[in-house]
Design a protein around this ligand. Structure first.
Ligand code: AHG
Ligand code: MN
Ligand code: MN
Length: 330
């Protein structure tokens, strides 16, 4: 079986980007170890700190963020990084060609219940000149690599460099990521959806109607029944969608009018959107293709609707094209 390095060579990925991706892969192996040791290593539970987004940091949020930061600083190919757990962008190596945005531990509320978590990353080209937040504000379309590592019953990496989406599985014997699925393809149709139903009363009208039609199943306009899943870690829900199709959404809600969206554009929505598109699926905010959203801040949030192409289209047909409905936030 091909390992990750051999796959990158076969894809003719330049040496600097390949090096960087191998650094991310190596770090995720170490993260996988930390996650597996759980309570034995005293890494479970929360810290007393909050991140810039006002969320209490879990110990493992901080540990995994430091692991990635240290590894990327030592790598030499990285000009700067942005992380969910860093208030500001971090300058790394003057001569680095790439910017890395990451969510070091996605689904961290799952960690204390020994359930799915992962690391999500996005790689962008570094513009010339001084490094500022502005350097990072490139559309998802400009990504040169994107992926996640899922710390599940097996540790898996999903990766795209624009050559389709690949799955690698960490072989516990050799310690290598081996290519276990070359061209991941999302089925265009599905009978499975993923949404946090407890927010139902806070959604916009189009999402209320769309989900109501799924729930009424064969008795309603869809004329068939749908099943529901919610892992509460985007990395787990998107992995299921890549494996067997489905629609995943964290839509706009008015629970807190200052925060109408939950998921972060630069290190959650964009990398997942590219993985999904490269597997033949679609990813939208409801009003715009995610990869075409012009970012305005590194910690910006967006609505996300992604997965099986025909089902995403059906969901979007409820939204129409009325951009004035889209909540604006700074
Ligand atoms: P994070 O742990 O990095 O803050 O991300 C959690 C996100 C995402 O992974 C998941 O889909 C969503 O939050 C879960 O939200 P609910 O708590 O509403 O289920
Ligand atoms: Mn996350
Ligand atoms: Mn996180």
């Amino acid at each position: 079986m091909q390992n990750l390095a051999q796959t990158l060579t076969a894809q003719a990925i330049n040496a600097s980007l390949a090096d960087l991706l191998l650094t991310l892969a190596d770090t995720s192996k170490a993260i996988s170890q930390a996650v597996r040791h759980g309570a034995l290593a005293g890494v479970l539970g929360a810290t007393e700190q909050e991140n810039v987004q006002g969320e209490t940091q879990k110990k493992l949020d901080v540990i995994t963020n430091d692991m990635l930061k240290d590894a990327l600083k030592a790598d030499g190919n990285v000009r700067g990084l942005a992380s969910e757990e860093e208030d500001y962008v971090v300058e790394v190596s003057k001569d680095g060609k790439y910017l890395v945005c990451f969510d070091p531990l996605d689904g961290s509320s799952n960690i204390d219940i020994n359930s799915l978590v992962g690391t999500i990353f996005s790689v962008l080209p570094a513009p010339a000149g001084e490094l500022t937040e502005q350097s990072f504000l490139q559309k998802g379309r400009d990504q040169v690599a994107a992926g996640y590592v899922l710390y599940g019953p097996s540790t898996m990496m999903a990766l795209t460099t624009g050559n389709g989406t690949q799955f690698f599985t960490l072989d516990p014997n050799s310690g290598e990521f081996l290519l276990t699925q070359d061209q991941v393809t999302i089925t265009p149709d599905t009978a499975e959806f993923a949404i946090n139903m407890s927010n139902q009363r806070f959604w916009e009208a189009p999402m209320q109607t769309y989900i109501a039609d799924l729930l009424i199943g064969e008795l309603g306009p869809r004329e068939r029944n749908f099943n529901m899943r919610w892992i509460a870690a985007m990395v787990g829900d998107v992995h299921r969608v890549l494996c067997r199709g489905g629609i995943f959404t964290y839509p706009t809600d008015n629970k807190n009018p200052q925060k109408p969206y939950k998921l972060r554009l630069m290190y959650e929505a964009n990398p997942m959107a590219w993985l999904v598109e490269q597997a033949g699926g679609k990813a939208s905010t409801g009003y715009q293709t995610i990869l075409d959203v012009q970012p305005t801040a590194i910690h910006q949030r967006v609505a996300v609707i992604l997965g099986s192409a025909n089902e995403v289209d059906t969901c979007l047909s409820y939204h129409g094209q009325d951009y004035s409905q889209e909540p604006q936030v700074d």
